[in-house]
Ligand binder design. Structure first.
Ligand SMILES: Cc1cc2nc3c(=O)[nH]c(=O)nc-3n(C[C@H](O)[C@H](O)[C@H](O)COP(=O)(O)OP(=O)(O)OC[C@H]3O[C@@H](n4cnc5c(N)ncnc54)[C@H](O)[C@@H]3O)c2cc1C
Length: 298
């Protein structure tokens, strides 16, 4: 990998290849250093070429969606990051809707609402792109991404394009079971309903969410996974960690499983706070909290 010039190696790819690209602005938390190579393919075959070239040159490759569930090291990430922002098409076919990986969940929900297709509104308020919500099987108390999903177009680790039904994936809590596959497009089968009724459910969920989560602040969403039969936020709160602070990162006073970046926070501070919270919860409850956020560059 050292010395591999991806700009040269991908000169036949449509799209963009950038060197030493700062990742912090691409994330919700606004933390993290640069990646060696940032690749934005134009279409399926360009993404496939990028995967093959990275593989042939032993360049580690990661995929970034909306950056709402990743924590990037202050020292950055070695290798390449693939970003599928150009995969932004949505197509309706009866009760099915297909969306490219780069479509934001909020615009997908807006479209299904106005088309009178129900089912996606239970995910309302989750930031992220289609690729990210599928990879994470993002969800709320009302349901998960995989509930109504029917198929995915993916690239495998060799860069082969496959269209796979839902049963090819072992999705579970906050994990779509993709293994090392890259999502290019997802298709959901929804049910017809009155747009006003969908909108009313959507507005109700959003209201509940805005009242209980610091959605407008810089965070990665829930830092820790809920341990079996428990709620991580409750354990953190009862261990007395609300508003605990390391540098520019603070445990939210509104929802204890959210860490907020005041603006000047770093990844090191985030990790120091994560360890402190984990230590306090373990010593009070004997429960070891596992991070839900994906750590990049460590
Ligand atoms: C304020 C806030 C509230 C949140 N609330 C919720 C919530 O209620 N429920 C919930 O489940 N989550 C929640 N999250 C977490 C986050 O929004 C979800 O995990 C979301 O699915 C991440 O999507 P993303 O596009 O931002 O993915 P990213 O953060 O960019 O990536 C997350 C993971 O998905 C992988 N990935 C991204 N795109 C692809 C692709 N095309 N193919 C393969 N892998 C890919 C990445 O490699 C990474 O491992 C919240 C986050 C924030 C900041």
């Amino acid at each position: 990998m050292p010395g591999c010039d991806l700009k040269l190696a991908l000169r036949n790819m449509r799209g963009a290849v950038r060197q030493n690209f700062m990742l912090a602005p691409m994330t919700h938390l606004r933390v993290g250093g640069p990646v060696d190579w940032f690749i934005e393919p134009f279409a399926d075959e360009d993404a496939a070429l990028a995967v093959r070239v990275c593989r042939e040159n032993s360049v580690p490759l990661r995929v970034l969606g909306g950056g709402s569930n990743v924590l990037i090291s202050d020292d950055g990430v070695r290798g390449a990051v693939l970003h599928l922002g150009s995969f932004n098409r949505m197509v309706r076919d009866g009760q099915r809707i297909s969306a490219g990986s780069g479509v934001t969940l909020s615009s997908l929900i807006r479209s299904t609402k106005s088309l009178g297709l129900a089912g996606m509104e239970k995910l309302c308020g989750i930031p992220g792109h289609v690729g990210g919500i599928v990879a994470m099987n993002a969800g709320t108390r009302e349901g998960e991404t995989f509930d109504t999903l029917v198929s995915l177009s993916v690239l495998d680790a060799e860069g082969n394009l496959q269209v796979l039904g839902k049963s090819a994936f072992r999705s579970q809590y906050r994990d779509g079971g993709l293994l090392d596959r890259i999502v290019l497009q997802a298709t959901w089968e929804l049910s017809e309903d009155d747009p006003d009724a969908i909108f009313a459910r959507f507005a109700e969920s959003l209201k509940r969410r805005n009242a209980s989560q610091p959605v407008s602040q810089r965070s990665v969403g829930c830092v820790f996974r809920n341990p079996p039969g428990e709620v991580a936020g409750r354990l953190i709160e009862q261990a007395g960690c609300k508003t605990l602070q390391v540098g520019g990162i603070e445990v939210s006073g509104m929802h204890a499983n959210y860490f907020i970046n005041s603006g000047a926070g770093t990844c090191r501070e985030f990790l120091a706070l994560l360890e402190e919270v984990r230590k306090r919860v373990q010593s009070k409850f004997g429960v070891y909290l596992e991070p839900e956020v994906k750590l990049w560059g460590f």
